[in-house]
Design a protein around this ligand. Sequence first.
Ligand code: APR
Length: 233
Amino acid sequence: MHEIDNIVILTGAGISAESGLNTFRAADGLWEGHRVEDVATPEAFLRDPDLVHEFYDVRRKRLGEVEPNAAHVALARLDAEWPGELLIVTQNVDDLHERAGAKRLLHMHGELLQGWCLRCDERFGWAGALGEGAACPRCQTHGMVRPDIVWFGEMPYGMERIEAALLEADLFVSIGTSGAVYPAAGFVQTAKYRAARTLEINLEPSQGSIFFDERRFGLASAEVPRWVDETLF
Ligand code: APR
């Protein structure tokens, strides 16, 4: 096995499930009681901004009620102790990786605790409700702020940096994602261009399971700490 120096990790909603945050495709594909098209697209925001704001306000408020779990803590430890290159790319918009201490982290789908002013393009931290009450801290415009979340049909953040990291990776690890949504679902293929080793850690086989050299099935809170212990040993 060639030396592992450069690790890229992709996480999805499954890593936050045991912290109490719902995943997207567990039940009948409803997302907190909504169809995705009704709350996670630019068209939905134009059509019914209050519904979209309410949907994200409820999820943003929920962040204050949950804690990182052992999987987030283990990845933060790996980040702190791994001497080589490491990048955690998360599809999640929660702040649990940060709260566990992760530093080398990229939110490709944006963040619940961030607002985006449609008037002056400023992005800013925001912990409260973003509905009509929010004013942009830079241009003071009211009612022209959206969640800084990447909706369906929009370009994820950091794609150049992610692709460069994947092409340099010796090991690509996918944790807690169903492999249902691109471009994240294609990262394993990009990593394999450079013959990186690939590992999937998930509750059950993802849609891309067959592309991984190794697969570990189980709860992230058990499997991720175990993998990190092995990797740092
Ligand atoms: N431990 C490990 N894996 C788990 C756990 C757990 N405790 N609980 C659930 N999982 C797995 C599920 O088996 C599933 O494969 O996590 C995966 C979650 O998949 P999704 O709900 O589809 O979430 P995700 O893959 O992150 O969705 C990707 O889709 O809706 C968009 O933008 C949204 O970022 C999201 C993207």
